[in-house]
Design a protein around this ligand. Structure first.
Ligand SMILES: Nc1ncnc2c1ncn2[C@@H]1O[C@H](COP(=O)(O)OP(=O)(O)OP(=O)(O)O)[C@@H](O)[C@H]1O
Ligand SMILES: [Mg+2]
Length: 113
């Protein structure tokens, strides 16, 4: 299992959600976050998304998936989020040792989706 965390531009959220649903990825956590990439927020200022100092408003997605969903999930995020401009975002993939569905106490691959 993997935890896929993506930081995307807020205005791409609907497109990313659509692409994820098309890929049968239906369980996501969405958070509003602040951040900057290697331009330190400076060159994205014109888009009007500046929030605090040089930090910009971004959307964070957290998606826990079984191994066979890792590539489809990555592709869907790219499909929805990519404009080719700076600040399009980043995808982080980390190993996920355990998932527990609280209601049923199922664990692992059974609990994830
Ligand atoms: N190495 C990192 N660690 C933690 N968060 C990061 C990292 N890189 C990017 N982020 C987060 O992702 C957001 C989007 O990053 P961004 O797309 O600007 O990356 P970048 O490396 O600057 O690439 P680009 O040159 O395409 O802009 C940042 O605002 C920040 O919140
Ligand atoms: Mg950047």
């Amino acid at each position: 299992m993997k935890m896929i965390t993506a930081i995307i531009q807020p205005h791409r959220l609907e497109e990313v959600k659509k692409a994820l649903y098309d890929a049968d990825v239906n369980l996501i956590t969405v958070s509003e976050v602040l951040g900057h990439g290697r331009q330190k927020g400076v060159d994205e200022y014109y888009r009007g998304s500046k929030e605090s100092g040089n930090l910009l408003r971004k959307i964070r997605l957290d998606i826990a998936v079984n191994e066979n969903f890792v590539e489809p999930t990555i592709k869907a995020i790219i499909k929805g989020a990519k404009t080719g401009k700076i600040g399009d975002g980043k995808i982080f993939v980390v190993d996920l040792p355990q998932v527990i569905r609280i209601r049923t106490e199922e664990r692992g691959e059974k609990a994830i989706g």
